[in-house]
Design a protein around this ligand. Structure first.
Ligand code: F6P
Length: 468
């Protein structure tokens, strides 16, 4: 039987507590691996002075974990530098924030080479290898170069921009051409598929044949696989959390009394539109003063990538905007915005989502956004809340019954908050039922099994396995 080998930059070890698993990718991969069993390889999250030359897997239940430390120089160049100051803003259509530096690019390629060298001794001939996200784009090419012939799939969790945007990256043609070392490339939406295929054609002369892209001797299938969540598990968590009134849920909702709760939960990242959302909430209160004193926004924003200057700036700016709005619009017995910059357990989040009348998910650009799906999963079917969702989140392609908004339009988001708070129960139920049916029929098991069936069932031509 084939063994699943998952590779991602971030690996969540089971003994590190559930708060660490707040990122969507980590939660999804943990759930997929717990079901299928296999090996999970990646960065430990720690740094070391001496890079390891081998890795010893550690088994927990059905999953073996093989993690390696990075040197501080690698963390700076590969993770903070190229992955998060060049690729992250570029992939999120933010050319103005994209910082390219040759030394960082060399560090990125170096870590991918080192990961290939560490992974190869752990591989068995029948393993199916599934590599995740933008940190590891060239990893399959490095494995192929060293003779690995196993099936190798890639899943890109974040958006893929149009070729014109991607081509602003120096060495964009070289980097995108390494994608053809994969047998199957999964993306979140059809739009992302069209952009990547357009890039492969425009930048490295690939030919398209249906959902196959051919370049030299290599052929990769490119397809959309929208990622899902463990809907039933999260629903149960939300019921249990509200029933037990766990500490964060009690502490957050007790001062509200009969007040209504609007909730936003995001890593503190500029792609999530947090500052724009705070402004929209302020606009809503200014334009509809009758709601003052009776509704509050709770924004949970655990810090992320704080060593990257653009993230430090967002940290400062979000405090400033929340402080300004609270001072201008608050009363001595009512604070309109509460922002907490720390991670909460999934159980506490599930309870808070269930308690909130409105889920505000308004990223400026997002691959999928699993908070949108978690918010729906956590609702009480008898009295569900309303999801306000950015049209630039991949989730909007599936969740059309949410109130879809343009996050760049503060007024539109403000009006959507008002509409959501005033929505009659019958309409809330109708929308919720459809949303819930969608997230249930495309849950995490659906995503994993559909991707793995495609990867293991592919008819892959033999021939030169080295990418052009
Ligand atoms: O889903 C996108 C992603 O970049 C993942 O690859 C990552 O694990 C998650 O966001 C959280 O970011 P980070 O690993 O940089 O903390």
């Amino acid at each position: 039987m084939m063994r699943l080998v998952v590779v991602s930059n971030r690996v969540t070890m089971p003994d590190r507590g559930e708060k660490v698993a707040a990122g969507g990718l980590a939660v999804a991969l943990r759930s997929a691996l717990e079901q299928h069993g296999g090996l999970w390889f990646g960065w430990s999250g720690a740094t070391t002075a001496e890079p390891a030359t081998s890795v010893e897997p550690v088994r927990h239940g059905k999953v073996s974990y093989a993690v390696t430390d990075l040197t501080e120089a690698e963390r700076q160049s590969y993770y903070l530098g190229f992955a998060n100051r060049a690729l992250w803003p570029l992939m999120h259509y933010r050319l103005g924030l994209t910082e390219f530096n040759r030394a960082d690019y060399a560090g990125y390629l170096g870590v991918n080479r080192r990961f290939a060298r560490l992974l190869i001794p752990l591989l068995k001939p029948d393993d199916v290898i599934w590599i995740h996200d933008y940190h590891l784009i060239p990893l399959a090419a490095e494995l192929r170069r060293r003779g690995v012939t196993n099936r190798i799939g890639y899943f890109h969790h974040i958006p893929w921009p149009p070729a014109d945007v991607f081509s602003a990256l120096p060495f964009s043609a070289t980097l995108i051409s390494t994608m053809t070392a994969y047998d199957l490339i999964g993306l979140q939406t059809q739009n992302d598929v069209a952009n990547l295929v357009g890039g492969l054609v425009a930048l490295c002369g690939a030919r398209r044949d249906g959902n196959r892209v051919k370049a030299g001797q290599r052929e990769a299938v490119v397809q959309a696989f929208p990622i899902g969540i463990d809907v039933e598990g999260f629903r149960k968590l939300s019921v249990a959390s509200v029933r037990a009134a766990t500490q964060p849920v009690r502490a957050t909702t007790a001062p509200l009394g009969s007040r209504k709760l609007v909730i936003g939960v995001d890593r503190l990242d500029y792609s999530k539109g947090i500052v724009q959302r705070l402004e929209a909430f302020g606009t809503f209160l200014r334009n509809h003063p009758e709601h003052r004193g009776e509704v509050g926004l709770l924004q949970i924003a655990p810090p992320s990538r704080s060593d990257v200057p653009e993230y430090a700036e967002l940290d400062r700016m979000s405090d400033e905007v929340a402080g300004r709005l609270n001072a201008a619009l608050g009363e001595f017995d009512w604070t309109p915005i509460r922002m907490v910059k720390k991670a909460y357990s999934r159980s506490a989040l599930a309870g808070l989502y269930r308690r909130a009348q409105v889920g505000l998910v308004t990223p400026m650009r997002d691959g999928m956004n699993l908070v949108a799906k978690e918010y729906v999963a956590a609702q009480n079917p008898d009295d569900p809340g309303v999801l306000v969702l950015s049209r630039f989140a991949g989730a909007a392609q599936q969740l059309g019954e949410a109130l879809i908004v343009n996050p760049f339009d503060t007024h539109e988001v403000a009006e959507a908050i008002r509409t959501a708070l005033a929505m009659p129960l019958s309409e809330r139920r109708r929308r919720f039922e459809r949303l819930y049916a969608t997230i249930s029929s495309t849950d995490i098991d659906w995503w994993t099994s559909r991707y793995l069936a495609a990867l293991s069932g592919l008819d892959i031509p033999s021939g030169d396995i080295v990418p052009p």
